[in-house]
Design a protein. Structure first.
Length: 602
């Protein structure tokens, strides 16, 4: 903390003499160290000792406070933010740094002076520095970017150095930054033909290493998808990751290599690299370090400028979860156990793509997976494996569809059949027929709610009497962002927030929760920390609604009752809706009402 030593010793005031010469004054009260002491982050004795150590030794004050006196990075960063009245920017490897801003700047100079341009937004330049009030640095920044408006953020020394390494690739051999540095260095000064990819093709070692490293980093960050997005006008290629359901730009690749990176992914997925006019899809089996293997589903789509977008979905080989670990409400998990132990009928799990439907079905299968039961599954792809299940990968290109797999299963003496998805009327009809002839059938469907699932199947042309007889239950689910456990804090919500919860849950049903608006009533939120990349959320929490096929509900299905009538009956029979289950989990401190609304409300 270059500034920290000077500032805390009084440079912003009149200049204090000696580490123990700190005297109470208006300037010192605004001091970074006083801020830390007043808030109990570090003791006064430790402050004085750290100042002595900094003067006597080779370590700077920032390193001493963080490593020897165990001051948290967040605490020190917020102290700097409060002192300089500007945002604190901690190191985050996902931060996208505009490397064009560094072309005229020397790495050693930036490392010595501890400032770094981060991004350009029109005439505004965002600059990260260890001391936003340092006049010499200010003049250097303005000379480098004349006529531009400068907006400062403050950072710690070690974070600024890490950002510099991230942006330039120096000191981190084999990293994405280093590989991009190689590519940038190899870009020719004069325009070259598009077909030459700037002299590098999909077999070049830098392109191969870059592609591999992006996959490794996506897996490490827990991403579900990788999006490769080339742009016209020779703009850099954006690489975006989806983590916990939200996309963010992870890095940018020079435009000259947009076709090389796409071709490399096509080679890995055994696709036609010469075909750029129509969509293609394939799969990659990739072996990660430590001998762990993942599968990636690859889809390419032609976009403007004769380019192609690529989307890779990461399918990690996971072990099945137990029903108890699925965070069902107690009444819901008991009902699911009862339905799963029935000898025949249909259980459907519904929701959008990526809502955890397959995970839930495998949890149900794990509950009933015994030697006494023969279980067949048809999946696309097989994401979760279980011993005792006979799992079939469907291949539509050779006519091994879900419907064809179902017909084959019925000749293979099954007790339980799991179908990855009911995509059409043929599959649905075979599933209903199988359930009526003494088999338990589990499947998924892309619908928004449990009641809407019934309407969808009837609209497909399924016989209402057969479906009503076969249906055991429909489980709808969503995934909401989970409040980060490392920075979760309680707060007393306003009356307006309370009223929103009451309205969302239903005023007539709210009393059964037993929650009143009292001064000691609290909800929870995430402050934002390094663990959650300052978002306040890390991981996801499921919310559910379970529609049971009661006698009265079957009667409504057979008569093709309106959706509102079915929903009213289901709630009378005790169904908890998605929003209601979400609000219960809000009250338990697992998520926020805003996340529930975003996931469950149309």
């Amino acid at each position: 903390m270059t500034v920290g030593i000077d500032t805390v010793s009084g440079r912003r005031g009149s200049g204090a003499e000696g580490s123990r010469g700190i005297k109470p004054s208006r300037t010192i009260e605004q001091n970074v160290l006083d801020w830390l002491v007043c808030r109990g982050i570090v003791s006064q004795d430790d402050v004085l000792a750290a100042l002595d150590d900094a003067k006597a030794g080779s370590l700077d004050l920032e390193t001493l406070l963080l490593d020897r006196y165990h001051v948290s990075k967040d605490g020190l960063g917020m102290a700097l933010s409060d002192f300089y009245q500007c945002p604190y920017l901690p190191y985050d490897e996902r931060t996208v740094i505009d490397t064009d801003l560094l072309k005229t700047l020397n790495f050693d100079y930036l490392k010595k002076n501890l400032w770094l341009p981060i991004a350009r937004r029109g005439s505004l330049i965002d600059v990260l520095t260890s001391d936003p009030h340092d006049l010499d640095k200010g003049w250097d920044v303005r000379r480098t970017f004349p006529g531009m408006t400068i907006r400062y953020s403050v950072g710690l020394r070690r974070d600024i150095e890490q950002f510099l390494h991230l942006a330039t690739g120096q000191g981190i051999s084999g990293s994405i930054g280093a590989i991009l540095g190689e590519l940038t260095h190899d870009i020719p000064g004069e325009p070259v033909a598009e077909s030459l990819f700037g002299g590098i093709d999909e077999n070049d070692s830098a392109i191969v290493r870059l592609t591999n490293q992006v996959i490794v980093e996506a897996d490490r960050l827990g991403a579900s998808d990788i999006h490769i997005e080339p742009y016209a006008d020779r703009k850099d290629v954006a690489v975006r990751l989806r983590v916990d359901g939200t996309c963010f730009t992870y890095m940018r690749i020079p435009a000259a290599y947009r076709r090389a990176i796409v071709s490399r992914i096509k080679v890995m997925a055994h696709l036609d690299i010469a075909e750029r006019r129509k969509p293609q899809d394939g799969k990659i089996r990739y072996r990660l370090p430590k001998e762990r293997e993942i599968e990636l589903r690859v889809a390419t789509l032609p976009t403007s400028g004769q380019d192609e977008d690529v989307v890779l979905r990461l399918l990690t080989a996971k072990q099945p979860m137990s029903l108890e670990a699925m965070e069902f409400a107690p009444s819901t998990v008991q009902a699911i156990r009862t339905l799963a132990e029935k000898p025949h009928g249909i259980i459907l799990c519904v929701g959008p793509t990526g809502s955890g439907k397959t995970t839930t079905l495998h949890a149900i299968l794990k509950h009933i997976n015994t030697d006494e039961r023969k279980i067949w599954t048809a999946e696309d792809p097989i994401e979760i494996t279980q011993e005792g299940l006979r799992q079939v990968q469907v291949h539509p290109k050779i006519d091994l569809t879900f419907a064809a797999a179902m017909r084959s299963f019925l000749r293979a003496d099954p007790d339980v059949i799991m179908i990855g998805e009911m995509r059409d009327k043929e599959t649905a009809d075979i599933a209903i027929e199988a359930s009526l002839t003494g088999h338990l059938v589990l499947s998924t469907l892309h619908t928004n709610s449990a009641v809407e699932t019934v309407i969808r199947l009837l609209d497909l042309g399924c016989d209402p009497f057969n479906f009503a007889d076969a249906m055991l239950g429909v489980l709808a689910q969503r995934l909401c962002k989970r409040i980060c456990s490392q920075c979760k804090e309680a707060y007393h919500p306003s009356r307006q927030e309370y009223d929103e919860l009451v309205q969302g849950y239903g005023a007539q049903d709210w009393p059964r929760l037993g929650i009143e608006y009292r001064p000691d009533w609290s909800l929870y939120r995430g402050r934002g920390c390094e663990s959650c990349n300052r978002t306040g959320f890390k991981g996801r929490v499921p919310i559910h609604e379970l529609l049971i096929g009661s006698d009265e509900m079957r009667s409504r299905i057979q008569s093709k009752a309106r959706p509102v009538e079915m929903l009213s009956l289901a709630m009378q029979e005790g169904m908890t809706t998605l929003v209601q289950d979400g609000i219960r989990k809000v009250s338990q401190g697992l998520t926020t009402y805003r996340q529930v609304r975003a996931a469950a409300m149309k």
